[in-house]
Design a protein around this ligand. Structure first.
Ligand code: HEC
Ligand code: CU
Length: 334
């Protein structure tokens, strides 16, 4: 005969409890705690696009894991906006009021990526930025290696905000093609200057000063043609075309399509945008100064920063393009 054993009943109860509660807990835990850390999840986010005065992007920060497929449902709340992500291969889309746009991509690279509006939507349009964080498999957010700009600013002590009036500047528009023809007769001088890094860290005013002694029998105008040619050797037509596209979308609202600094948005700004067509200041600055200013932005001047939006190649295409307001490359045989 069996005796009622309270101990045994307790044991049976514990076993049943373990099966009933424990098993789902393990499955649930695996799926919801462990699984999202592994690659290949689909993460869906609703993102509202609104002018910065109305709140900008909501939410402003999105965090996913490396390898996740990210699906963004973009809701247009007020006016037409554009959605773009810097340094990622994601096609920009237009977000219209009252409509929902879907953007989908795989977050292949860990790091921080700025998403922004690429359509002029308000005087404060440039504040319409948010952050996409992609965590590495161990849950870290990799620290970005210092960019070329930061290295250069620190090592060479580039003064981004100092005025840089030129000692020498052209009074007519120098022609790169005229300079190219002259260059054939001044091969040794030209060869010594044909160094991209040297040309990017020297102002054209300083190059002119050096050419005064290196090419004593040229006129000032001819020296400037030679400089326009030297400047053209730091870029390519393809780079300039890319620079022009980026400029039209991101810079022209303030700096104007003509480079003269009086784009439609200039009156909302703290300071007047620089005129890239003004050789008296442009010739006094270096390409590195213009790169650094574009990357870092101004200090409370209204000049936005673009360093987190564009790749280094895109940044240089912009700087190269800005020089076309000073030098004429139009009829150059490249
Ligand atoms: C919202 C207006 C605005 C936009 C957009 C803008 N800028 Fe500017 N930018 C300014 C203002 C204002 C200044 C002058 C004050 C300063 O230097 O900080 C300036 C100055 C500059 C300078 C310094 C020129 C010098 O002589 O030192 C560079 C270079 C420049 N901008 C490049 C760009 C490029 C390239 C873009 C587009 C990718 C751009 N800016 C977009 C407003 C703007
Ligand atoms: Cu906008």
């Amino acid at each position: 005969m069996t005796m009622y054993n309270p101990k045994r009943e307790l044991f049976a109860f514990a076993v049943v409890l373990l099966i009933v509660v424990g098993f789902p807990a393990i499955v649930f835990g695996y799926q919801y705690v462990y699984q999202p850390r592994s690659a290949g999840d689909v993460k869906v986010f609703d993102l509202t696009a609104q002018v910065p005065e109305g709140g900008g992007w909501q939410p402003e920060r999105i965090t996913v894991n490396q390898g996740d497929r990210v699906r963004l449902r973009l809701h247009g709340a007020d006016v037409v906006h554009g959605f773009a992500v810097g340094r990622l291969d994601v096609d920009p889309v237009v977000v219209r009021p009252g409509e929902v746009e879907i953007v989908e991509f795989v977050a292949e690279e860990a790091g921080q990526f700025t998403f922004y509006c690429d359509i002029w939507c308000s005087p404060y349009h440039y504040r319409m930025r948010g952050m996409l964080e992609v965590l590495s498999p161990d849950g870290d957010l990799p620290v970005e290696p210092p960019t070329a700009t930061e290295k250069h600013l620190n090592e060479l002590g580039i003064l981004v905000d100092e005025p840089h009036p030129a000692t020498f500047y052209p009074t007519t528009t120098p022609s790169a093609e005229a300079g190219r023809l002259l260059a054939e007769d001044y091969a040794t001088v030209v060869e010594a200057w044909r160094d991209v890094e040297k040309l990017r860290s020297t102002s054209s005013s300083d190059v002119f000063a050096a050419l005064q002694s290196e090419t004593p029998d040229l006129t000032d105008e001819e020296r400037w043609d030679l400089i326009a040619y030297l400047w053209s050797t730091t870029t390519t037509p393809k780079q300039l075309a890319a620079g022009k596209r980026l400029y039209a979308k991101n810079c022209a609202a303030c700096h104007a399509m003509t480079g003269t600094g009086d784009g439609p948005a200039w009156e909302h700004l703290q300071d007047e945008p620089q005129s890239f067509a003004d050789a008296t200041t442009m010739a006094g600055g270096t390409s590195w100064i213009y790169y650094a200013k574009t990357a870092r932005g101004g200090m409370g001047t209204g000049m936005p920063y673009f360093g987190t939006l564009f790749t280094e190649e895109e940044m240089w295409s912009l700087v190269d393009y800005v020089w076309t307001f000073v030098f004429n490359y139009d009829d150059l045989s490249w």
